[in-house]
Design a protein around this ligand. Structure first.
Ligand code: CNA
Length: 257
């Protein structure tokens, strides 16, 4: 049996036995949906002509001049006109429906776990689905933000304040950190998929897990906070290909019509 097949079978058997599964997902889980990562050769930073990513998501800079961010965000939102969840998003939603998920902890801001049907989603870096005025705190849906962005380069609230998506910027506190930590501590199986494990504090979370740890990632990831010896199974391959194989025996995901 090929290594990848054996690994998928092992992962499936652990999933069958587990009852408090936590998925820690990163940008790699959504690339198959058509959302590139930020830093890769085809990444969004390059597409939007951004040289300095830290500046792009710096809250002080946003408050001084939001034009750099909105140049990027316009490009990012354009992608969403044709995006649907991947097989793996649907796989974890199906596992939740079966009662086996403690939580999905996601670094992604794209809302695709919720679109796939997951309800226990902790968005540690926030999400693009909601937006607030920086001055008066008024809230705006994604649709109303889109309408305002069609009319002006930088969307403003009626009070004159600039509107900002509820995405966590450098200099802002991450969301629901305690809940993310609690879920990870309680997990009997942690699956880390599509994350380079570079961005903290999300990258610290796996070190809290006392259960088994599965990592699915094609490409480099940092071992600074999660050394290889702590990983029970490392599948170095495409995430959807791997979970298709895992699902072969479990049959959790209904085919799309
Ligand atoms: P990252 O640092 O971009 O790492 C992604 C990892 O996934 C890399 O190691 C890739 O090699 C790997 N990868 C990419 N595609 C696949 C695939 N199909 N199969 C297997 N592995 C793959 O992403 P992180 O999430 O670790 O970084 C954290 C940032 C990126 C968070 O703040 C996110 O908000 C942010 N981000 C989010 C999105 C999104 O919401 N979809 C997109 C781009 C960046």
């Amino acid at each position: 049996m090929e290594k990848t097949e054996t690994q998928a079978k092992t992962c499936a058997s652990w999933i069958e036995k587990a009852s408090r599964i936590v998925l820690l997902s990163g940008a790699g889980l959504s690339t198959a949906a058509g959302i590139p990562d930020f830093r890769g050769p085809e990444g969004l930073y390059r597409r939007a002509g951004v040289d300095n990513p830290e500046a792009l998501f710096d809250i002080e800079r946003f408050d001084r001049d939001p034009s750099l961010f909105y140049r990027f965000h316009r490009e990012f939102l354009r992608l969403f006109e044709r995006i649907t969840p991947t097989f793996t998003h649907r796989f974890f939603a199906a596992l939740e429906a079966r009662g086996a998920m403690e939580a999905v902890v996601t670094q992604n801001i794209d809302g695709l776990h919720q679109a796939a049907g997951s309800k226990k989603v902790l968005e540690i870096h926030g999400g693009i689905g909601s937006n607030h005025c920086r001055r008066c705190g008024a809230s705006f849906t994604l649709d109303s933000l889109r309408t305002l962005m069609a009319a002006e380069e930088i969307p403003h609230c009626r009070c004159g304040g600039v509107i900002k998506p509820d995405v966590v910027f450098f200099g802002e506190a991450v969301r629901e950190l305690e809940a993310c930590q609690r879920a990870t501590v309680e997990a009997d199986l942690l699956v880390v998929a599509g994350s380079s494990l570079v961005v903290t504090p999300a990258a610290f979370l796996p070190s809290l897990c006392q259960g088994k740890i599965v990592v699915v990632n094609r490409g480099d990831f940092s071992e600074r906070y999660l050394p290889r010896r702590r990983i029970d199974l490392f599948a170095e391959e495409d995430i959807d290909a791997f979970f298709h194989r895992v699902d072969d025996g479990l049959n959790l995901v209904a085919p799309l019509h």
